[in-house]
Design a protein. Structure first.
Length: 535
């Protein structure tokens, strides 16, 4: 029980107000996937907790992947639910699970790479180590075996028959990661999706890199199979592709989710979605996809008691951090009337309630009129090829509207297995042309794109040569070079536009997907590309 000051009429409020004036609690009213939420009110997400725990327990028993939708209106705590699940990782079963935050992909292109980047960033080297142990025990080896106890070639000979085709490259890299000390660092870079040169790929003895969906899915399949606990992929705002690219965009995204469900074991995919959009998303899904969905779990709004409990927990935590005995009134400096007003005005929406508590507290402490809090971003910027592609598309759509043109994503019916480049159809009046966009799988935009940039240029050139598009755009790290890459670019001539940028430039570009304005120079460039296409 927390120690509290006496309930006396001469309670020295002034001391507590002085402390509050030094630093106020309640600074943020939005949840973000990269910033942990410290205060949790259980009631609004109890239904989701039970549904997700049930899915995890079933996956612990049979190792099958499950898909659990979670529905809620804006501000009801869908992103906050991730931090609830993160804090409970060790509380389900004797193994627990690993919770991974996956920001909504703005474009339904290169989605497996987006999932892979989120997974390896969260799990780190541990997931590679466990995958290698799984492979070694397949033929009777001992977990933890190193190059001193086991030969790389010996292990490969015993595994190639079981993992043919694309999976063979993934197995090769995983075994080199453990059993080949000279190439461990290269294998690690391959597994993390870092850029490699042709010479480095040749040293590893593989033919592929993490670019095509098939290779990435094979990697995800092995990593998930080898992990010792279920992997919970928390897909935030799964309606993102629908909002940006309509039904076709969402349909393609759902096809990728279906492949994850069908091809990977040991996963629980939790997908949050706006309640108002869910029926449209559900109707877009085909019958097999619908059959794989668990019954959606719903978040509920705050009750008045929840608002009071949130304030109590927040202030209790605050006084503990200040290392002072808490005031006798657990909601001090608020009053019951203050919280009644906040509850009514917010209509029980948690984000709106907290957003109103912040200026209310400021007004009480400083004895001044409430001031509306500054807007706070609720998105996470993750520089994957998917997010950069989505940002370029968003920029092109904005630029096209200014000149009376329309840009839409073209999704081929059979491209869910190896999707790479994005193809956009640009329309104005009776003119219709196609534009191909590609972004290499790059983790560090302050380094060269390596061979990934070459493959990116090659994919665009293949589209142009096949007549699938009349012009192309490639976004690459500023430091990218290489004779083969440049040769492809030179061969495409005026039909290709290369966007070079560093990490700051790529980050600024991705912010376009979240409502930021186009920079004048980029607006001019994208507008000129649209105009050239519709001439």
């Amino acid at each position: 029980m927390e120690e509290r000051a006496d309930h006396s009429d001469d309670f020295e409020k002034g001391i507590y107000f002085d402390i509050l004036k030094e630093e106020l609690p309640m600074k943020s009213y939005v949840s973000r996937g990269d910033t942990r939420d410290e205060i949790d009110i259980v009631g609004p997400h109890q239904n989701a907790d039970r549904a997700i725990e049930r899915a995890i327990r079933f996956t612990l028993k049979d190792n099958r992947t499950r898909f659990q939708p979670v529905l809620g209106s804006a501000g009801l705590g869908k992103t906050h639910l991730f931090w609830v699940l993160k804090d409970q990782e060790d509380e389900v079963g004797h193994q627990g699970y690993l919770a991974v935050y996956v920001p909504s992909p703005p474009a339904p292109v290169r989605v497996p790479l987006h999932f892979h980047a989120c997974l390896v960033d969260e799990a780190g080297d541990d997931i590679f180590e466990k995958a290698v142990d799984m492979l070694i025990t397949r033929f009777g080896g001992v977990k933890g075996s190193t190059h001193e106890q086991m030969d790389f070639s010996y292990a490969m000979d015993r595994l190639l028959g079981e993992y043919p085709g694309i999976s063979a490259d993934v197995v090769t890299v995983l075994l080199r990661y453990r059993l080949d000390p000279d190439l461990k660092h290269l294998a690690r870079r391959w597994l993390f999706g870092n850029s490699l040169s042709e010479e480095e790929i040749e040293k590893l003895g593989v033919r592929t890199i993490l670019e095509e969906d098939d290779v990435t899915l094979a990697t995800l399949r092995l990593l998930a199979e080898g992990y010792n606990k279920p992997i919970l992929l928390f897909v935030d705002e799964m309606e993102g592709p629908y909002n940006t690219h309509g039904e076709e965009g969402e349909r393609h995204f759902l096809e990728v989710i279906k492949r994850l469900y069908n091809e990977c074991k040991n996963m629980v995919i939790v997908a949050s979605c706006l309640t108002e959009i869910w029926d449209r998303i559900y109707n877009i899904a085909d019958a097999p996809m619908r059959s794989r969905m668990e019954v959606p779990a719903n978040l509920r709004p705050f009750t008045k008691e929840d608002v009071v409990e949130f304030v109590k927990k927040t202030m209790e935590d605050y006084w503990q951090q200040q290392n002072v005995v808490a005031p006798p009134d657990p909601i001090f400096p608020f009053t019951e009337d203050d919280l009644d007003e906040v509850f009514v005005e917010s209509q029980g929406v948690p984000r709106e309630a907290i957003k109103r508590l912040i200026p209310k507290l400021d007004s009480i402490v400083y004895d001044r009129a409430p001031v509306e809090p500054e807007p706070q971003p609720d998105y996470v910027i993750k520089l994957t090829s998917t997010t950069v592609l989505g940002a370029i598309m968003a920029g092109l759509q904005e630029a096209s509207r200014e000149i009376g043109a329309e840009v839409r994503l073209v999704v081929e019916a059979d491209d869910s297995s190896s999707a790479s480049s994005a193809v956009l159809e640009v329309t104005k009046d009776s003119s219709k042309t196609k534009l191909c966009i590609d972004v290499p799988n790059v983790r560090d935009w302050d380094r060269s794109g390596g061979v990934a940039a070459y493959y990116s240029a090659k994919r665009v050139k293949d589209q142009l040569d096949a007549g699938g598009a009349q012009m192309g755009i490639i976004a690459i790290p500023e430091a990218t070079g290489g004779a083969k890459f440049q040769a492809h670019v030179d061969e495409m001539g005026d039909a290709i536009e290369v966007l070079r940028m560093d990490k700051d430039g790529a980050t600024a570009l991705v912010e376009l997907s979240h409502g930021k304005d186009l920079k004048p120079e980029l607006r001019t460039l994208l507008t000129s590309i649209i105009e050239r296409l519709i001439e």
